[in-house]
Design a binder for this molecule. Structure first.
Ligand code: T1G
Length: 679
């Protein structure tokens, strides 16, 4: 049975693709569309065509799994050119998401209708690519350069209503009337003398959009895309649409597309795409494992983490009971939640009404008994095992049987917490990242006795609250923080070899990380865990704190900071460090930026290998997903394990040995076999 079928409704041919899960435009779909168009062209009884899709969505793009494989015809541009050249009007009937090649198919059609809930976009840039089937040339001709440029350079889809406003969609139709509305629309336009041909249109292209316009866009809209290659290529392709005839513009698009497709960034970003989807698969869980209902969530602690965690559930429509010990702390927590919502509303993320709805789902309380009816309770209290155990003991006694108890601990042993309860199979870790209402990552910590249904429920819930969840075993610091500490140790070791803090940090910011370890330390505060009374200049940190260099909060730490918190290297810090190096009898070293970076990141990869060897992570791509979504690792390098694969594990092993590290047997074995972490 072909994935593309046709049926005739009077003089309209309805072409339907049914290629689950997302009607990706794989070879069979392309061939089916080409065949359907040939049928339409050769059958005089057919006066118009409607293209639509079965299942949850219109075409969600080219089939990404085909990339990098030898191409099999017909190509997508050929199919789209055939549709556009059709003498009989072709209508795209859109539901779900018309994305990438899917929107390019729709742009090849003469008309587009959509249900109001549909989304339309060209997200190729998120895969390190650009629309490669005419999208960079047709979209500007249909909606204008000013509307097309952000859609292509940023890749965020737009709702159908907005698409209609800019002329991308000709008509919005009722959700349950799509196919009929498509046929009716087709019948309506059959009589027209001519039909709009996207590639031939010039009416929407703004004249006089010169260098200044594109420079200004780079300046205002592309700063956050630093390090990514594809956004600039997208801009160049759209500029070609503004300045060249269609055929030349398409040539330019193909040239730019080809370069990106064979580049390392797109390969890395495609890995990231599939890695995020793979992370949701939990090993060893039977497919028929039930998902438990979570209709009310309880949260202990209304501090920064507790408040942020609460917002995730409130925003997803789930009522939250928020517990604190003192009224003042509770009031402070609730007002911070409201402030965060109002700030997001000011940026257009929520309407005022939605803010009130979210706040309306929040029940602040000082009584732990008020958590009794929760389906899930998450504790975000002080990071101390005795405190955690006391909390779990009390919760276990109060909260209804069958409810899940979770800890937001960043490091501590969840098995120990489970052991003080009568429901260890309903205990796990849910490690959110600060700010918890913003950071996408969630580490789901699978304790020794956590039941499959509880794990599956946590994974499903994470999707509902818009998180990318990764399963971790119980070990100190789980996946992310566990790999952070060898990096910190390497950073501190280099200071004692005379390498400057800013050399260390710059090697990572040049690599694409948001900040280096010493900037992070200044942000968190160098006096975290520092005891003034006991301090006796034993460590560099001691001395800096003793000199009131406690980080950004005192305007100086490892760096000096101006009123805009911009950092500059400090001669005083350099002198303090030089003193420690001399006292230790070390000979100051000088390393290249690359060597400094490898000395920081290779030990992380080594720790990642140990995590895999111990089964604390299910797969290497999960580690990549953790670091990209929780620690700002540049996605265009694919994450630490993929990056190591690209460098070559043998190079990593040699580097580790030369830096004096003990190599994980798992890593050494893979390197010896010429293997990779990510298959
Ligand atoms: N190709 C192949 N598989 C795909 C796919 C695609 N385009 N999109 C999704 N899948 C798989 C995915 O791996 C998962 O598989 C399952 O479908 C469900 O996806 C020439 C070059 C559509 C919004 O970038 O953004 O067109 O894990 O879990 O959360 O210009 O999928 O079940 O085995 O994400 O409901 C451009 C990518 C391609 C869109 C649905 N298109 N997809 O989200 O489900 S490049 C995209 C998405 C292109 C042309 C160029 C989302 C979604 P599995 P899911 P979801």
């Amino acid at each position: 049975m072909s994935v593309v079928t046709t049926r005739q409704d009077g003089d309209v041919l309805v072409v339907t693709s049914n290629n689950p899960p997302v009607n990706a435009l794989g070879q069979a779909v392309r061939a089916g569309l080409a065949e359907a168009m040939a049928t339409a062209a050769s059958d005089d009884s057919i006066k118009a065509v409607v293209i639509t899709c079965e299942g949850r969505t219109f075409f969600a793009g080219a089939d990404i799994t085909e990339f990098g494989k030898p191409p099999v015809g017909p190509s997508l541009p050929e199919v789209i050119d055939t549709i556009e050249a059709s003498k009989k009007p072709v209508v795209a009937a859109i539901h779900g998401t018309a994305l990438g090649g899917g929107l390019e198919v729709a742009l090849g059609c003469h008309y587009r209708i959509a249900v109001a809930s549909a989304k339309l976009g060209l997200p190729e840039v998120k895969l390190g690519l650009l629309p490669g089937a005419g999208g960079t040339q047709r979209l500007p001709r249909v909606v204008g350069v000013e509307a097309a440029l952000p859609m292509i350079v940023k890749g965020d889809p737009i709702p159908a209503a907005a698409a209609e406003r800019i002329g991308l969609v000709d008509k919005l139709v009722a959700d349950d009337q799509l196919a009929e509305s498509g046929v009716a629309f087709a019948k309506h336009v059959i009589g027209s003398d001519s039909h709009p041909v996207s590639s031939a249109r010039a009416d929407k292209i703004e004249s006089g959009l010169g260098e200044e316009f594109f420079d200004n866009f780079r300046e205002t809209e592309m700063r956050r895309l630093k390090g990514f290659e594809a956004p600039e290529a997208c801009l160049q392709a759209v500029r070609a649409a503004a300045e060249m005839p269609f055929s030349d513009g398409v040539k330019k698009e193909r040239e730019l597309f080809g370069k990106l497709m064979t580049g390392t960034q797109s390969r890395a970003l495609r890995h990231v795409f599939f890695a995020e989807r793979a992370a949701s698969k939990i090993d060893g869980i039977p497919a028929d494992t039930p998902v438990l209902p979570i209709n009310r969530v309880g949260i202990l602690g209304a501090g920064t983490m507790g408040g942020g965690i609460a917002m995730n559930f409130l925003s997803a429509g789930i009522p939250v009971t928020l517990l604190e010990r003192e009224q003042e702390a509770l009031d402070r927590g609730v007002s911070i939640i409201r402030k965060n919502y109002e700030r997001s509303a000011a940026r257009g993320k929520f309407t005022a009404e939605q803010v009130e709805q979210c706040m309306g789902r929040l029940t602040p309380t000082l009584e732990m008994e008020d958590l009794a009816d929760s389906d899930l309770v998450i504790e975000a209290v002080f990071e101390n095992m005795d405190v955690k155990k006391e909390v779990f003991t009390k919760l276990d006694a109060i909260v209804k049987p069958g409810a899940i108890l979770a800890s937001n601990t960043s490091y501590l042993n969840v098995d120990e917490m489970a052991a003080v309860t009568t429901r260890p199979d309903h205990v796990l870790g849910l490690h959110f990242f600060s700010p918890a209402n913003v950071m996408r990552l969630l580490e789901i910590v699978r304790a020794a006795k956590t039941a499959p249904a509880v794990l599956k429920t946590a994974m499903a819930l994470s999707k509902k609250i818009g998180k990318v969840a990764v399963v971790s075993g119980v070990c100190h610091g789980f996946i992310g923080n566990r790999m952070l500490s060898p990096r910190q140790q390497a950073a501190n070791a280099m200071l004692m070899q005379g390498i400057k803090p800013w050399e260390v940090d710059n090697s990572l910011t040049d690599f694409g990380m948001p900040m280096g370890p010493f900037q992070m330390a200044d942000l968190a505060g160098l006096d975290l865990g520092w005891n003034r009374e006991a301090s006796n200049s034993e460590t560099i940190r001691d001395v800096l704190c003793e000199r009131d260099r406690r980080g950004q909060k005192t305007g100086k730490g490892f760096y000096d900071y101006d009123e805009n918190r911009r950092r500059t290297p400090s001669a005083e810090v350099e002198e303090v460090i030089a003193g420690f190096v001399a006292k230790a009898g070390e000979t100051p070293q000088s390393y290249s930026v690359e060597e400094i970076r490898n000395r920081l990141l290779f030990p992380m990869v080594n720790e990642g290998a140990k995590i895999l060897e111990e089964g604390m992570a299910q797969r290497a791509s999960d580690i990549d997903t953790v670091w990209i979504n929780g620690y700002g690792w540049p996605a265009y390098t694919g994450g630490p394990m993929f990056w190591a694969d690209m460098i070559g594990l043998d190079v990593v092993v040699e580097g580790l040995k030369s830096f004096g590290h003990e190599v994980s047997p798992y890593l050494a074995d893979k390197a010896a076999k010429g293997d990779r972490f990510n298959g």
